[in-house]
Each structure stands twice: as structure tokens, then as C-alpha cells.
Design a protein around this ligand. Structure first.
Ligand SMILES: NC(=O)NC(NC(N)=O)C(=O)[O-]
Length: 361
């Protein structure tokens, strides 16, 4: 997968998906936490504080050789908000022009639970980006290929300097022990769901609807252009795993003059039906009126005689607009639990401190 390909995958490290910087060797000039800011790096010239020019990034002091003559290097350890398989990394030195590091590398590890910085230092790290040259004021994309579930990454810079952002794109691999037997959001990015197709993403991408928490403005949701022709906008969501959706939440918060008039929802089991065959989709919720700027929770009909196991859901918004959040609360089926467990086991090598979850019958 090339950079353009992996950059459309979720950023497993971004703060709005739960990422954090747990430790760094140094942050004398600018805070390590800036590495994971969701916004594009900003810069204002001549904003000198007591320690130097202020940068929207992570910046370390200029290193000097120690008594032994060694220069050493700086590093920062990031806890991924969403553990998963890393497909590519972007090291962005935006605005660092005379103070970027000339080389960087990235390592990753998978550790169960909530390890301390000391426990992470002793973890088994795998190099996913070898030491590579960097330029100033530029985003550098590196593919990463290890077919393993990682929970943390370590950015190494040689010998020192500033990095504006670290983006870690990949496929979310949720921990089945946290989902099995519970009613969960089958459309949540953090549970492994994703939007795999949509009619329009002129203003913002539809995966935004699947972020945790509430949106702070309409840019943090999905918004389409004004539709001038016939038809309506839509998005198809691949659920976290096969499951039964029992309650849908359509959130138009912050969409005050651009909310859809109506929404509808349908589902398909892609193991037996073709996503491209309109006849294979079953209605889950007929055309339902929505209001601007608010949450709409709708209980779906899950009568015992209505077989509702689906792998994908289709959201239709009539005629256009967007949603800031979409929640599809429901239960994994036994097949869904098995699938998640098998995937987790396959991508989590033994001996990394992970407990293998029981595989449902
Ligand atoms: N934050 C800084 O002031 N950094 C540096 N200096 C300037 N002017 O940016 C540097 O690396 O010495």
C-alpha cells in the first residue's frame, strides 16, 4: 500500500482517538503532546517565549557530546488510542526548518494492559521504519508492513530537533475480551468498524461519524456538498464484526442549516449477499425525519422472527448534509465473536504478555 493509500486509514495515534505520548527523552523547547494534535501544524513567526521560539510540535534541546564523546539521540513513546496493524507512518517536520532532525526511525511493540514507561522500555520492540533521512518543513510517509497488532510506537530522532506530527495509520484490531457478550457500538472506529464507501465527502470524511465522544463542531463530523441533482447522499459502514443492531443514533449536532431532512438505514450480510446488489439490502429503518443540531435515538425492530445479523450497514441521508456522529448499538453474534477472536490471536504473538481470549463455540 503506498502513502496515498495508507493515509486514508485511521490515525491510530491521534489524540481524538485516544492516543497519548507516555514518555520522551527530552521536551525542552516544545511539548511531546503536540505530536498527536489532530489539527494541521500551525506556526506564528517571532513568538519567542522564555525558552525560545514556540513550535506546534515536539522539540528537544541541541545535544552536546557527553564525557564519553557520545551524542546519543532523542525518542518519544506513544500509546496508540486504537491498537492495530500499522500500515504506514507519517513523520511531519512542518515549520521546523533550521532545527529538524536529519534522521528518524520508528519501532513498535504490543503490550497488554496499561504498561508504565519503565515496563515499555523493557518491552520487545520491532523496527517498522529503519533510520531514514528527513528534510525540513515536509511530511515524510513511510510504509510499514509487520502483520502484528501493536499497542505502542517509539519515534527515534537522530540526534535531536523538532517534529511537528507523528501519524500512525492502520487497521484497528479490537480486543475481543472487551466486546464479547456486551451490547456495543458496532459502528465505532475503536471497535474496528469503518466507512468503506460514500457518495460524497466534499467537506469532511465519513469516518468522522464513527469517532468516540461528541463532535466539537461540524468539521468533526461528515458533511457533503449541496446536492443539486436527484438522489441522496449515503455511506456504507463495515461493522466491527457480524452482529445485530438494536438501536441507532443519528447525531446532527452542529449541523444547523445543513442537516438532512430525513435518514434511513439498511443492512446486509456480505457473506451471503452482494454489496453491489440493491436487492440484497434489507431495510432496518425506513425514511425517518430528523431535526438540525441534535441527537436522535431510534430503537430498531428486532422481533425474534426478524433475522437481523448483518456485516454492513448503509446510511442514507435525504437529500444531503451529513451527520456528526452515527452510533449502531447492538450485539456481536457468535460468528462475530469468533471472527474477532481468531483475528486477535493471529495478530498477537505468544510471549508478549497477552492472555489469549477464549474462542466462542
Ligand atoms: N524553539 C527554538 O527556539 N528552537 C531553535 N531556534 C529557533 N529560533 O527556532 C533551536 O533549535 O535552537
Amino acid at each position: 500500500m503506498n502513502a496515498a493509500g495508507f493515509a486514508s486509514l485511521p490515525d491510530l495515534a491521534v489524540r481524538t482517538l485516544g492516543g497519548s505520548v507516555v514518555a520522551a527523552s527530552d521536551e525542552s523547547f516544545a511539548d511531546k503532546e503536540n505530536l498527536l494534535n489532530p489539527w494541521a501544524p500551525a506556526f506564528q513567526p517571532q513568538t519567542f517565549g522564555t525558552k525560545g521560539q514556540e513550535y506546534d510540535g515536539w522539540e528537544t534541546a541541541r545535544r552536546r557530546p557527553g564525557e564519553d564523546g557520545a551524542l546519543g539521540h532523542d525518542w518519544a513513546i506513544v500509546r496508540l488510542g486504537l491498537p492495530g496493524v500499522i500500515r504506514g507512518v507519517v513523520i511531519d517536520t512542518a515549520w521546523f526548518k533550521g532545527n529538524f532532525p536529519p534522521y528518524a526511525s520508528v519501532e513498535a511493540c504490543g503490550v497488554d494492559g496499561h504498561p508504565s514507561p519503565a515496563e515499555l522500555a523493557a518491552a520487545d520492540w520491532t523496527e517498522i521504519v529503519p533510520p531514514s533521512p528527513l528534510g525540513g518543513d515536509a511530511a515524510h510517509a513511510f510504509e510499514a508492513g509487520a502483520a502484528r497488532r501493536f499497542t505502542h510506537v517509539r519515534l527515534n530522532i537522530f540526534p535531536d530537533g523538532g517534529v511537528a506530527r507523528l501519524r500512525v495509520h492502520g487497521d484497528v484490531v479490537p480486543d475481543p475480551r472487551l466486546l464479547a457478550g456486551l451490547t456495543v457500538d458496532l459502528a465505532a472506529l475503536e471497535n474496528g468498524a469503518r466507512v468503506i464507501g460514500c457518495s460524497d465527502m466534499f467537506y469532511s470524511v465519513p469516518d468522522n461519524m464513527l469517532f468516540p465522544g461528541t463532535a466539537r463542531n461540524q468539521a468533526e463530523g461528515w458533511e457533503t456538498a449541496r446536492r443539486r441533482g436527484p438522489g441522496n447522499d449515503w455511506a456504507i459502514i463495515r461493522l466491527a464484526a457480524p452482529g445485530v443492531v438494536r438501536l441507532a443514533e443519528f447525531d446532527t449536532t452542529h449541523l444547523k442549516f445543513n442537516a438532512p431532512g430525513h435518514v434511513s438505514l439498511s443492512g446486509i450480510d456480505a457473506r451471503t449477499g452482494d454489496l453491489d446488489d440493491p436487492g440484497a439490502w434489507r431495510e432496518l429503518l425506513g425514511r425517518t425525519r430528523v431535526q438540525p443540531d441534535g441527537r436522535h435515538r431510534v430503537r430498531l425492530d428486532t422481533a425474534p422472527d426478524a433475522p437481523r445479523e448483518i456485516t454492513h450497514a448503509r446510511l442514507d441521508i435525504h437529500p444531503d448534509g451529513g451527520l456528526t456522529r452515527l452510533r449502531l448499538l447492538g450485539d456481536l453474534t457468535a460468528a462475530g465473536e469468533r471472527l474477532l477472536t481468531d483475528r486477535w490471536n493471529e495478530l498477537t504473538p505468544a510471549g508478549t504478555g497477552h492472555r489469549a481470549p477464549p474462542r466462542p463455540a
